[in-house]
Design a protein around this ligand. Sequence first.
Ligand SMILES: NC(=O)c1ccc[n+]([C@@H]2O[C@H](COP(=O)([O-])OP(=O)(O)OC[C@H]3O[C@@H](n4cnc5c(N)ncnc54)[C@H](OP(=O)(O)O)[C@@H]3O)[C@@H](O)[C@H]2O)c1
Length: 393
Amino acid sequence: MTELSSTAVDTAMRRALQLAALGPVTGTNPRVGCVILAPNGMTLAEGWHRGAGTAHAEVDALSSLSPGQARGATAVVTLEPCNHTGRTGPCAEALIDAGIARVIYSVADPGVNSGGGAETLHAAGVAVEAARLLTEGEAFLVRWLTANRLSRPFVSLKWAASLDGRTAASDGTSQWITGSAARQRVHEQRAASDAILVGTGTVIADNPSLTARGDGDELLGAQPLPVVIGERGIPTDARLHGHPRGVRETGTRDLTVVLTELFAEGIRSVYVEGGPTLASAFVAAGLVDEYLVYLAPVLIGGAGPRQLAIGDIGVATIGDARRLQIEAVEMLGADLLLTARPAATPPPVSPAPAVAADSPPATGPATGFDPAPASASASASTHERTPNVHRNY
Ligand SMILES: NC(=O)c1ccc[n+]([C@@H]2O[C@H](COP(=O)([O-])OP(=O)(O)OC[C@H]3O[C@@H](n4cnc5c(N)ncnc54)[C@H](OP(=O)(O)O)[C@@H]3O)[C@@H](O)[C@H]2O)c1
C-alpha cells in the first residue's frame, strides 16, 4: 500500500469537515463528511450526510464510484464509521465490501449502538487510524458529542445586555437593547437549535412569539420547538399558542427532567432565552455548555432584581466564581457578540514529592498527564467505548 503524505491526509480531513458542514445542524444525527483518496493521493469521491434516513457520508461517497474503484483506496472520515444497522446499513461493512484498504477518522463515535466500527474494520484487515485532526473534529461536532456523552441536549444560554450589564430598565422594558444585526443573529441561532427554552415569567411578561424569522420578518424554514419551563400555565391568549410547532409546557421547574425528556424525543440542542430566573437556574445547575452574550453600547443603570442577566448562582466568594473562556468575539453592527464556554477545570495539583538531590531519575511510567498520540493505529485496545469527557465540559 502506498503511503499517503501526512499533508494529503490533513487536506482531505479538512475537506471532509467542510463537506460535513453541508449537512443539517439540527436533529439527532451527526454531521459527517468523507473523502476517498486513491493510493496516489488523488480524490476519488466525496460525500456527506444529509440527515436522518439518508445515506451516511461514507456510503454517499462510495455511491459515486463504479464497482471495484474503491479497492485499495483510503477513506478519510470526520467521525468513526458506524457499526450500526438503523435506517441505513453499517458504514464499516460498506467500506469493507468496497475494498477500502485504510480508514482514517477524526472523532471516535461515543454511541453505544453505533460505536465499534473501528474494531470491525480492523478485524476485517482494514488499516485504521484514529484521532486525525482531533481538535478540529471535536470542535466541529461539539454539540452532537456533548449531547450524546451527557444524554441531554447541548445547552446554549443567550442574553442581551447593556455595557453596564443590565438586561432591562427598572420599569421592566427590555426590547431593542441591541440593533437589527444582533437581533437577526439571534433568529439564525434559534433556527440552528432544536428547541427554544423560556421560563413562564418571560411568557407572562413579554408574550413572545419565539419564532425564527428573517430580516423581512418572514418565518425561516426551520422552527425550533418552543418549550416553556415552570409550574404555572401560560395565558390562553399567549402568542405561543400560534407557533407553527405548537408550544410545549413542562409544568415543572426540574431542568434535568425537562432536558432528559427532550433528549429522549430526539432534541440535541436547546437555546435558552429565558429571563434571569431560568438563566440563573441553568448556570447554578452547571447545565450551560455555551454562553451567547450580546452586548449593546448603551448604559441603563439601576439595581432592580430583574435588571440583571443572572441572579444568584450559588457563588458566595470569588474562589467559587464560574470561570469561562471566550471562544469568539464578533461585531454585529454596533453590538458585540461574545461566545464563551465553561473553562476547562485544571487537574488537581498534587504536592511534589521531596526528592533527594542525589536520587536517580524516575524510571517507571510517567504519572499524571499521558498525551494520546496525534495519530495511532487502531486496535481493539485503543478504542474505548466508554464516553470520553470533553475537555471543556
Ligand atoms: N434581555 C434578555 O435577553 C431577556 C430575555 C428573556 C427575558 N428577559 C426579561 O426577563 C423578565 C422575566 O424574568 P423572569 O426571571 O421572571 O423570567 P423567566 O426566567 O423566563 O421565568 C421565571 C419563571 O420560570 C419558572 N421556572 C422554571 N424553571 C425554574 C427553575 N429551575 N427555578 C426557578 N424558576 C423556574 C418559574 O415560574 P413558575 O412559578 O411558573 O414555576 C419562574 O418564576 C422579563 O421582563 C423579560 O423581558 C430578558
